[in-house]
Design a protein around this ligand. Structure first.
Ligand SMILES: C[C@H](O)[C@@H](O)CC(=O)C(=O)O
Ligand SMILES: [Mg+2]
Length: 450
């Protein structure tokens, strides 16, 4: 039973100095040993309070890098009047209307619409609403979605701009069909979890020795799918890909990620040189906005047996729609904090089902694994009903700061059992990493001055 009026919305700038160790580094982010100040994995962290007697709070994040966070924090504050004094029952009772209200704010829409900072802020705020709703229902988010009546579920989605490929009725039909065998798939998830791949071994800034050490540890821990960063220097890529392919052997799966480094012809030429290492996909080969460029690359790489994956920086459902229409991707990577929360992500999962394209979510960052596991577990149980060519990214950083961290067993995500969206951070961690006055940053900033 949903209850309470939203009485307070607070947002904090929480940053982790991950760049000091080269964690999260890629061909765009500045490579170790340059010690580029990014990527410092960060989050705009939203807390919603209500006047209900249960005292439950909703926690929401969006993933950012370092100083980008202060801009998102500002946008969250600008959205706050849409939530304050609103009844939670009214929000989730007409979730489509509320999503439309947030994304249509007459003044903020100009700096979107539904993209960039203002959309990241929308994600943070709505992630907190979903967390609170799931907590009040006493269910983990994935289970709230799985148990929800399909009619109610589609009523949370905004189909504006996508009805040419997916109508509300078609979405309902997909979910209705997904009811068949749902119980067995839920049992399968609870017993075995959702398959994952690891990106933690091969950040671009890691030395070969670190890569080797992390890769052997990952093999020992049972990982069978690995992603390596590429794109800055071809000879370096050849050496690192050879190293990792030799370590994992010919049977295990290898993916490559260029983080938007190349122009279209360059992407094709570069990947022809890396094809001998048998990558399953090349991720973000070029600008995330270049739909036709992705299509050209996809087509050119078919003879090499390499797919194109993208999505972690796709602004919204419209871009995903066009990527699907243009046959520009073979693996679709939703991101729980870049799209407009669960609402928009569900519409993308449903479009992917219609186009029969596997979804392999982007995760990592701060809390992205915690959040996206709910969406992909729901996807398997209620939408795709398939694990073929599907896996969810896993990155082994920063989970210790979360109250309900992910549980990985045998390289699979085990379904969370606690109520909510797994978004709540430990208050101690938030205090320490708050920018610029948390203890961690006070020390680092003082060292920079001296
Ligand atoms: C800056 C981030 O670490 C980015 O490199 C993550 C990413 O591309 C991925 O996990 O995939
Ligand atoms: Mg990536």
């Amino acid at each position: 039973m949903v209850r309470g009026r939203i009485s307070r919305l607070s947002v904090r700038d929480v940053r982790f100095p991950t760049s000091l160790g080269g964690h999260g580094s890629d061909a765009m982010g500045g490579a170790f040993p340059l010690q580029h100040t990014d990527p410092d994995y960060s989050a705009a962290y939203v807390v919603l309070e209500t006047d209900a007697e249960d005292g439950l709070k909703g926690y929401g994040i969006t993933f950012t890098l370092g100083k980008g966070t202060e801009v998102v924090v500002c946008a969250v504050n600008a959205l706050a009047p849409h939530l304050l004094n609103k009844d939670l029952g009214d929000i989730v009772g007409d979730f489509r209307g509320f999503y439309r209200q947030l994304t249509s704010d007459g003044q903020l829409r100009w700096i979107g619409p539904e993209k960039g900072v203002v959309h990241l802020a929308t994600a943070a705020v709505l992630n907190a609403v979903w967390d609170l709703w799931a907590k009040q229902e006493g269910k983990p988010l994935w289970k709230l979605l799985v148990d929800m009546d399909p009619r109610k579920l589609v009523s949370c989605l905004d189909f504006r701009y996508i009805t040419d490929v997916l109508t509300e009725e078609e979405a309902y039909e997909i979910l209705r069909k997904g009811q068949v065998g749902k119980k067995e798939r839920e049992e399968q998830m609870l017993a075995h979890g959702y398959p994952a791949y690891t990106t933690s071994c091969a950040w671009l800034g890691y030395s070969d020795a670190t890569l080797k050490q992390l890769c052997s540890k990952a093999l020992e821990d049972g990982w069978t799918r690995f992603k390596v960063k590429v794109g800055a220097d071809l000879q370096d890529d050849i050496r690192r890909c050879r190293l990792i392919r030799n370590m994992i052997g010919p049977e295990k799966t290898l993916m490559m990620d260029a983080n938007q480094r190349w122009d279209v012809p360059e992407a094709v030429e570069w990947m022809a040189k890396l094809a001998e290492f048998k990558p399953l996909w090349i991720e973000e080969p070029t600008s995330p906005d270049d739909i036709l460029g992705h299509a050209t690359i996809s087509k050119a790489l078919v003879p090499l047996g390499i797919g194109v994956a993208t999505g972690e920086q796709c602004h919204n459902r419209v871009i995903f729609k066009q990527l699907l229409q243009a046959k520009a991707l073979q693996f679709l990577q939703i991101d729980s904090c870049r799209l407009g929360s669960v609402n928009e992500n569900l519409s993308v999962l449903l479009m992917a089902k219609k186009f029969d394209i596997p979804v392999c979510p982007h995760a990592g960052g701060v809390g992205l694994c915690e959040l996206v596991q709910h969406l992909i577990i729901f996807d398997f149980i209620s939408v795709s009903a398939s694990l073929k060519d599907r896996m969810c990214e896993y990155v082994d950083h920063l989970h210790e700061h979360f109250k309900y961290p992910v549980i990985i067993k045998k390289a699979s995500y085990m379904p969370p059992k606690d109520a909510g969206y797994s978004t709540e951070m430990k208050e101690e961690s938030v205090k320490k990493h708050q920018y610029p006055d948390g203890e961690v940053w006070e020390k680092l900033l003082a060292a920079q001055v001296n």
